[in-house]
Structure formats: structure tokens, C-alpha cells
Design a protein around this ligand. Structure first.
Ligand code: HEC
Ligand code: HEC
Ligand code: HEC
Length: 433
């Protein structure tokens, strides 16, 4: 299962800094500011409908609902280097969920990362982004969550090693990295741009995955959206840089990718991006998706790892037909496995056979010499949103050894990306669930 956890770096530094913070702030109580709706806030059914839409746009379900579990009952595991935490139950159950919380407590959790009893929450809950939300939006989400069926099960207890199980250590971290100012529209920009900025940086929290993080797991905001790593998956550079970002994507390609999980010429989205699209982005109105694209076009272009840049279709792909590979190509294990296990669905010419969604030409996954996302797709499989069996890609994790998967990954990188793949058997072993 995909774990949309964003944590994963050297934590010794974190421990030092936050412990100092903890000493300083341990005894300061958290304030509870009152929260009230503006005069424009909807009421009744319109408020609930608005809250439902916002909950979808914020993708609360991705983290608070487990596969096959009751909606919003929590329990999803976030594996961190120092232990495991679980997302809490946010249904209206008074004992196990948030039914007994006041609106002010809910708003404080969303925007300041503070739990009901004043405890500091871990930033696996992306309150660093939700801090931008308006009071009206927070209250609408709250109103919608209050209409859900209460679930009377507690989330499993966290299992964190000392000192990370000491919540006050997050105080020092927040002091350094949490900016609890609501979003301020830029009057010099249009409505769509401002909506896009609010979605990308706040509600849809693209920046939580697509921005690189420092050793203390805080986003490097001066490199915003230039690419991050989420649970081992690379969340590519989505700034308008021409070579390493989305500079060469057309608006239509971006809209298609964000709303359907596939863009002609760029392949299909997998991993947590796919989950964000299926559970959230594909359900948003077209105006929101267009607003996101409008905003992304104006972000400062930043150059990221050029070795992983998605290249236009290379010579080997151009020389191939659907059924036979052209060009030089290698004759080793990788090609043999590709021929037997991949070619019938993907085609040698990168167009996809039974479905265009299987087109690998231009896909970032086969252009990264390290094959980070490619290995995961091969190990875990993937499918179109309709899960049609004829086109669903099975998981190959059990069918091949680590060395064989490395070989087929390197072949796909060479054939479709025109690059020398660097995937090793150890990379595959490390990526196995
Ligand atoms: C990327 C994953 C993720 C997303 C998205 C997410 N949450 Fe959470 N949330 C968590 C985790 C993990 C925690 C537990 C943090 C902790 O224990 O310190 C949490 C904690 C909370 C809490 C505190 C509950 C308690 O019992 O202390 C509330 C309230 C909450 N989330 C509501 C929401 C809402 C509403 C949304 C959507 C707007 C949302 N979350 C989206 C991961 C997420
Ligand atoms: C939970 C983490 C997560 C969130 C939230 C997220 N992304 Fe992604 N995104 C990823 C990952 C991982 C990939 C790589 C997917 C792949 O290679 O199949 C990706 C891929 C992409 C790509 C394709 C880039 C390329 O070069 O192929 C675009 C565009 C994109 N995301 C835009 C967005 C936007 C816009 C948002 C917010 C509306 C967003 N993402 C939110 C994790 C995320
Ligand atoms: C039964 C058909 C089938 C087989 C066999 C298959 N795939 Fe796929 N694969 C698909 C489909 C369909 C998608 C796109 C799913 C979607 O719509 O999101 C896909 C997606 C992918 C992706 C991610 C999409 C992208 O553009 O980056 C990669 C990488 C990939 N396959 C590689 C492989 C490799 C390597 C093999 C052989 C080991 C293989 N596939 C075998 C059908 C298949």
C-alpha cells in the first residue's frame, strides 16, 4: 500500500535542534484562538457540500482511510526512520474520533498542528500547508466531517523510539518551520492564479511532496516545487524549467495528467501521485485544474537533477514498431524479460498496445537512470482507474529476482530513455515492501 509519508532524512540534527526547542517551550501552553465564519460563509446543505468538496481537494482520505477500512477512521501507518505513527480517527465518534472537539480545537489542529489536549502533532499531517486555509474553509471541512458515520475504533498506538515519542520536541521544529499565516491573495494577479496558488501550496498540498526537504524534514522553500522524495518515490520537478521541469508540457497535457493520471507523450502517473489524482484531483472541477496549471506556469523555474530529465523520444524508440525493437539495443537478460513480460502491453515503440495509457515514450519513470519509480511500478503493478483486467499491469515482485528486475529496468531506461540505467539488485531489494 502507498504510504504518503514525507519523512525520511538524517534525524540526528533534528533531535538536537528540537530538543533545545523543547526545553524552551515545554512549559508554554498553546493558546486556543476562537474561530468564526465570515459573513460569506454558506449554511445548511450548501455548507456541507462545500465542506465535502474541500475535504476531497485536501485529500484527507488518502491518509485517514485505510484500504478496505471505514472512511476517515484512520489507522494508516506512517513508517518513519524512528518508528511508526498512525493517522487518527477523524470521524465524529466522541470517544475515538473528533466528535467532542470544539471548532476552535479543530482549526488549531489544522493550522497549527496542535492536538485537542495541547499536544504537538507530527508534520506527517501536512498542517504546514493547511496553515494557509481560511477559517471559512476549515469550518466547512469540519461541518462535513461532522456528518460522517461515527466509527468507534481507536487508531493503533504510535510506536516511536525515544526521544521522538516526546511530542514537545515538535515545538522547536514548528518554531523554526511553521508559518501559521493564512493565504493572502495577490491583488496584482487574477482570480485563477490566486485560486491555483491556494490549491498548490495549501489545500491540495502539492508542495509537501514536490519540494525537497532539509535534514530536519522541513521543506526548502527557496527550492519550492523543484522535486522531492515521498516514501521512496521521486515526485518530480514541477516548476516551469524547460529541461528538468514541466516547461515543455502543454497546458492540455498538464490538465490531462492532473485530471486523468495520464498525458499523451508523458505517460501515466503512479504511486502517491496516482492516489492524489484518483481520490482528489480527478474529482475537482475543471476550473480548479486550470487554476493549478495557471499558477504552476508562474512559479520560479528551478533546475533539478538533469540526468533524470525526461527526453523526447530517442532513436531506439523511433526505429521500433509496436511488435519489434529497432536500433542497436542489448541482447541480454533485460531485453529478454521485456520481450516476455512487458512488450505485449507496452509495445516497443512506446505507444502502448491495448491502451494508450501504457505508452512509455516520454515518461519520466523510464528516464531516471536510478529507476526509483520504475522499480516500484514493476514490483507493485498499476492499472487504469477503471481497473479493467485486460489492461491492468500485474505486480512482478514475486515473478522475478532482484537481479532480473534490475536488468529489465535498465533495459527500459536504455530503450525508452536512451540512457545508461544504474539500477542494481540491491536497489530492487531495498524497494521491496
Ligand atoms: C499526508 C497525510 C495526511 C493528510 C493528507 C491529512 N492528514 Fe490528518 N493527520 C495525519 C497524521 C499522520 C496525523 C497524526 C499526527 C500525529 O499523531 O502527530 C493526523 C492528525 C490529524 C488530526 C488530529 C487528530 C487527533 O486525534 O489528534 C486531525 C483533526 C486531522 N489530522 C484532520 C485532517 C483533515 C481534516 C485532513 C484534510 C483536510 C487531513 N487531516 C489530511 C496525516 C494526514
Ligand atoms: C502525496 C504526494 C504528492 C502530492 C500531494 C502531489 N504529487 Fe505530483 N507527483 C508525486 C509523485 C510521487 C510523482 C511521480 C509519479 C510517477 O512518476 O509516476 C508525481 C508526479 C507529478 C507530475 C508529473 C511530472 C513528470 O515530470 O512526470 C506532475 C505534473 C505533478 N505530479 C503535479 C502535481 C500537482 C500540481 C500537485 C498538487 C495539485 C501534486 N502533483 C501533488 C507525488 C505527489
Ligand atoms: C498486462 C499489461 C501490462 C504488462 C504485462 C506490463 N504493463 Fe506496465 N503498464 C500497463 C498499463 C495499462 C499501465 C498504465 C496504467 C494506468 O493507466 O495508469 C502501465 C504502466 C507502467 C509504468 C508507469 C507509467 C509510466 O508512464 O511511467 C511503467 C514504468 C511500466 N508500466 C513498466 C512496465 C514494465 C517494465 C513491464 C514488464 C516488467 C510492464 N510494465 C508490464 C500495462 C502493463
Amino acid at each position: 500500500m502507498t504510504r504518503p509519508n514525507h519523512i525520511g532524512y538524517g534525524l540526528a540534527t533534528l533531535a538536537c535542534i528540537v530538543l533545545i526547542g523543547a526545553v524552551l517551550f515545554f512549559f508554554l501552553p498553546h493558546g486556543l484562538d476562537p474561530v468564526s465564519p465570515s459573513t460569506e460563509q454558506r449554511t445548511g446543505d450548501a455548507l456541507i457540500a462545500r465542506g465535502k468538496y474541500l475535504t476531497m481537494a485536501a485529500d484527507c482520505a488518502a491518509c485517514h482511510t485505510t484500504e478496505g477500512g471505514k472512511p476517515f477512521a484512520g489507522g494508516l501507518a506512517f513508517k518513519l526512520p524512528f518508528g511508526t505513527i498512525y493517522s487518527p480517527n477523524i470521524t465524529p465518534d466522541r470517544e475515538n474520533g473528533i466528535g467532542a472537539w470544539s471548532d476552535a480545537e479543530f482549526a488549531r489542529a489544522m493550522r497549527s498542528g496542535v492536538g485537542r489536549h495541547g499536544e504537538d502533532l507530527y508534520p506527517a499531517f501536512p498542517y504546514t500547508s493547511y496553515a494557509l486555509l481560511s477559517s471559512d474553509d476549515v469550518l466547512a471541512i469540519r461541518a462535513y466531517l461532522a456528518t460522517l458515520a461515527p466509527v468507534a475504533t481507536p487508531a493503533p498506538a504510535n510506536a516511536l523510539a525515544f526521544p521522538f515519542n516526546q511530542r514537545p520536541i515538535m515545538r522547536g521544529w514548528k518554531l523554526l518551520f511553521l508559518d501559521s499565516k493564512p493565504f493572502e491573495p495577490d491583488p496584482a494577479r487574477g482570480v485563477a492564479w490566486n485560486r491555483g496558488a491556494y490549491l498548490v501550496n495549501g489545500l491540495a498540498h502539492c508542495s509537501e511532496c514536490h519540494t525537497p526537504r532539509n535534514l530536519m524534514f522541513a521543506r526548502k522553500l527557496d527550492e519550492a516545487l523543484s522535486g522531492g522524495v515521498v516514501d521512496g518515490w521521486k515526485a518530480w520537478n514541477i516548476t516551469p524549467d524547460n529541461e528538468t521541469g514541466i516547461g515543455q508540457w502543454t497546458d492540455a497535457q498538464l490538465v490531462s495528467y492532473l485530471s486523468t493520471g495520464y498525458a499523451p507523450g508523458h505517460g501515466a502517473a503512479s504511486g502517491s501521485m496516482r492516489q492524489a489524482i484518483d481520490l482528489s484531483l480527478s474529482l475537482l472541477p475543471a476550473t480548479d485544474i486550470e487554476a493549478i496549471v495557471t499558477y504552476l506556469r508562474t512559479v520560479t523555474p528551478r533546475r533539478a537533477d538533469a540526468t533524470a530529465a525526461a527526453m523526447p523520444v530517442g532513436a531506439a524508440v523511433k526505429a521500433s514498431t509496436a511488435w519489434s525493437p529497432g536500433g542497436e539495443g542489448s541482447a541480454g537478460t533485460g531485453r529478454r524479460i521485456f520481450e516476455g513480460a512487458c512488450a505485449s502491453c507496452h509495445g516497443w515503440n512506446g505507444n502502448g498496445q491495448q491502451t494508450a495509457r501504457a505508452g512509455l515514450a516520454g515518461s519520466h519513470a523510464v528516464n531516471d537512470p536510478q529507476g526509483a519509480n520504475l522499480i516500484r511500478v514493476i514490483l507493485e503493478g498499476t492499472s487504469a482507474p477503471d481497473h479493467a483486467p485486460a489492461t491492468a499491469m500485474p505486480s512482478f515482485g514475486a515473478a522475478y529476482t532482484d537481479a532480473e528486475i534490475a536488468a529489465v529496468a535498465n533495459y527500459a531506461i536504455a530503450h525508452f530513455g536512451g540512457k545508461q540505467g544504474q539500477v542494481t539488485a540491491k536497489d530492487v531489494a531495498d524497494a521491496r515492501p
